[in-house]
Design a protein around this ligand. Sequence first.
Ligand code: ADP
Length: 488
Amino acid sequence: LPMHLNDPTLFKTSSYINGLWVDADDGATFGVDNPSSGEIIAQVSNLTDAQAHSAIDAANKAFKPWRARTGKDRAAILRRWFDLILANAEDLAQLMTLEQGKPVTEARGEIIYGASFVEWFAEQAKRVSGDIMASPNSANRMLVMREPIGVCAAITPWNFPNAMITRKVAPALAAGCTIVLKPAEQTPLSALALAELAQRAGIPAGVLNIITADSDRSIAIGKVLCASPIVKKLTFTGSTAVGRILMQQSAPTIKKLSLELGGHAPFIVFDDADLDAAVEGAMISKYRNAGQTCVCTNRFYVHETVYDAFVEKLAAKVDKLHVGDGFSELSTQGPLIDDAAVNKVREHVQDAISRGAKVAAGGNPHALGGRYFQPTVLSDITEDMLCMREETFGPLAPVIKFSDEGHVIRLANDTEYGLASYFYSRDVGRIFRVAEALEYGMVGVNTGLISNEVAPFGGVKQSGLGREGSVYGMDDFMELKYVCLGGM
Ligand code: ADP
């Protein structure tokens, strides 16, 4: 391995079901590679769909005793998990960079961010309450109770191999649910290390199950999770296309769904913006994780009076990014996750150039080769270009000129997506007007970084269903029960 772990026992390649480390029934494994070199760094258990059933059964058996524990009790266990994640943060960051490629400084940031959900929901576990309503009938008394929804399933992506897991598992467990989670085939090691720490924290057998599989078997396991009547809820983060499939597959069992899907975030710079702050925000929102986040800016709309200055300042910053291996402390942009990701960025860049875009920075695969792509800024962008419609999921910033506020809002909203949006302005009237007009679940005003455990994260339109994190995040894992006392 190209790195050192203080605790090598965090490097796990078996799945975790019912408190036990298990390999595939048929001995199958799949390779996980280091995106930086393409080298296979682990062979991980490739579970069968029969084993997905056994994970569901384990979660089902564990549900009753887990829900019967007090919130305070669950809080204490989650808190121990949080402490262990922080105590092992460096190892978790190293494992993440190994399988995901992001710069280790970013990986460290993600461990802290991921852990914050465990801390937050450990605290929230103690604060579940119901209501007593005023009855319209004097003979009745009306109560509303909150109960855990039951066995949950989760499917997570590779771009945040730690935080996308904790953001789902922590509220589920805090609510009293048990869970079967299938991590992305590209990044199972981060998930399995979290399972090891969960076991050490005293999370009981069956309460958290992590099942690993390659892309083919993930599809089969997805079908099992959706079809099972034992699984009461599915929570998914990934592409809109897969979200649609899972929603369809969940229809026969009327499963509750949380879906965090794709985005096509606009980033609008008005003429009254603080331009340097806008460039700063653009860098964070565009190039973090090499542009591979669902809240990354996809398209920049810049007012014509500041357009040239913005492009020039952004390109100058982008030229200072340091592309390289994630394990180098100097790197600020690592490789993309796989070859398909590189091809998509290249396709979007070439399409834009063929339709008249000009290269202000980058524009090509990086000299390092492999999965490295130059951080890119394109100007003279028009609405007909591919990058203005499709999620690029890479380090490409297309910058388009606008002149009218109403028009730019229409363009910003002209997409099936509705996850994150950003704009820069110092005018308080405009700030409220635009924030209210944007059809998005999240709006960053004068900031390019909006995610944290206190915020309700989620989208509208075809960007998904439900909210994660925040005081609302546990609601997605709970049902309301109305109890009517008559004859009082
Ligand atoms: P991305 O494009 O970011 O890789 P995907 O939506 O393809 O996002 O994948 C996110 C997660 O969904 C991964 O864990 C992957 O294994 C899983 N997945 C992909 N296709 C399916 C499917 N048909 N059924 C169930 N899970 C799937």
